[in-house]
Design a protein around this ligand. Structure first.
Ligand code: NI
Length: 171
């Protein structure tokens, strides 16, 4: 947080980039970074690349026991559509804001579209934690870090102070 590249609006991946060594290399770097840091998702601007590419996925999350696992997904040039007007507050962290947590409002129900690494279409309707992760990651493509979404800044702080004794990653 503070790096101006995290405040930029990223351009779409051009059609000519699909199948290129550069795109494959970017996706490999993103996967390695996300797994190394135990994140639930990562956006290309977080490793200094201004392109509309996000990855996410999580086997299970004890903080969201009612949410099913999220399949590992590469989502390129995403478009989000909120389904309904229900907004839920939930705790978020971010690999670009390490060691912190904030209570962030997000649409509960979401449709997202885009393409995968091979350019094949993705079209999913999701809820709760899955929807939250996608909204968080796609915010990165528009230069928005989650602290800007927090409505009550008393609900923003260090993970170890907010959740003493819990081992929390920076997802
Ligand atoms: Ni993040």
């Amino acid at each position: 947080m503070g790096d101006p590249r995290l405040l930029a609006v990223s351009p779409p991946v051009p059609a000519t980039a699909f199948g290129s060594a550069q795109l494959e290399g970017l996706l490999l770097d993103m996967r390695d970074t996300m797994r190394h840091l135990n994140g639930a998702g990562l956006a290309a601007p977080q490793i200094g690349v201004s392109l509309r590419v996000v990855i996410f996925g999580m086997d299970e999350n004890p903080r969201y026991p009612d949410s099913p696992p999220i399949p590992f997904t590469v989502l390129i040039n995403p478009e989000l559509t909120a389904l309904g007007e229900v907004i839920e507050e939930g705790w978020e962290g971010c690999l670009s804001v390490p060691g912190m947590r904030g209570l962030v409002p997000r649409y509960r129900d979401l449709r997202y579209t885009g393409v995968d690494a091979a350019g094949r279409p993705i079209d999913r309707t999701v809820s709760e934690f899955h929807a939250r992760v996608v909204q968080h990651e796609v915010d990165h493509l528009d230069g928005i870090l989650y602290p800007r979404r927090i409505r009550d800044l008393t609900q923003f702080g260090f993970s170890e102070a907010l959740f003493p004794g819990e081992e929390l990653g920076d997802d």
